[in-house]
Design a protein around this ligand. Structure first.
Ligand SMILES: Cc1cc2nc3c(=O)[nH]c(=O)nc-3n(C[C@H](O)[C@H](O)[C@H](O)COP(=O)(O)OP(=O)(O)OC[C@H]3O[C@@H](n4cnc5c(N)ncnc54)[C@H](O)[C@@H]3O)c2cc1C
Length: 179
């Protein structure tokens, strides 16, 4: 569907023997290590989602100032102006969550929850806003020339990989309940 610049394949290891000295931890260490890696990766995917949302917003803003319909640039129609207001606000909120998660990681704080929150929210914003960007472009949004259809297809994966949005909610709710 999207991210066509990134090729995706399955890797299979059959009858593979790994020498003892290549182990990266003791017995029972693997799951925790994998989970920590995922938390770090989630900040990266949240940043990817933020970039996709910001790109779609910038293209939509530019187009809305150029395209005229019913005697004025479409940004002067309140229906379009309010979409731009929502997009701008939500992108700023997503940016704060991504920065907070990155800050937690840099400071050595636990970042399991903040990375899950950043990914959950930024990927939701990316998906919703790329759809809005296509809408603001009208028919031009549906065809390839204006790039927003690509951003809409690229946004979806950010709600799926490095843990789906449902999994992020499991992580966040567990953290909330644990306190
Ligand atoms: C383009 C692409 C690139 C990828 N790159 C990588 C990569 O580099 N490395 C890697 O390891 N993986 C990669 N993946 C795999 C990706 O991480 C998984 O597809 C993703 O984590 C979802 O797992 P799944 O497909 O098995 O879905 P499933 O786990 O089968 O989930 C199906 C649905 O059920 C829901 N669900 C599952 N369990 C629960 C639950 N307990 N509670 C509530 N809902 C639940 C999910 O949220 C989802 O909606 C990639 C996938 C794609 C499409």
């Amino acid at each position: 569907m999207g991210i066509r610049g990134s090729d995706t394949h399955t890797l299979q290891f059959n009858n593979l023997k790994v020498p003892k000295e290549n182990r990266i931890g003791e017995d029972g260490f693997g799951f925790k290590f994998a989970m920590k890696t995922l938390s770090g990766g989630r900040i990266g995917i949240a940043a990817q989602a933020l970039g996709i949302a910001s790109g779609a917003y910038e293209l939509a803003l530019k187009y809305s100032k150029e395209r005229k319909a019913f005697g004025t640039e479409i940004c002067n129609h309140q229906a379009i102006a309010f979409k731009l207001a929502d997009m701008h606000t939500e992108i700023e909120a997503a940016r704060m969550l991504v920065m907070k998660a990155a800050w937690d990681k840099d400071q050595g704080n636990n970042y399991d929850m903040s990375s899950a929150m950043a990914k959950l929210y930024a990927s939701k914003v990316a998906m919703e806003q790329t759809v809005e960007a296509v809408q603001i472009h009208g028919g031009n949004g549906f065809v390839k020339d204006y790039h927003v259809e690509r951003l809409m297809r690229d946004a979806k994966i950010t709600q799926i990989y490095e843990g789906t949005s449902e999994i992020q909610k499991i992580v966040i709710s567990r953290g909330v309940i644990k306190g």
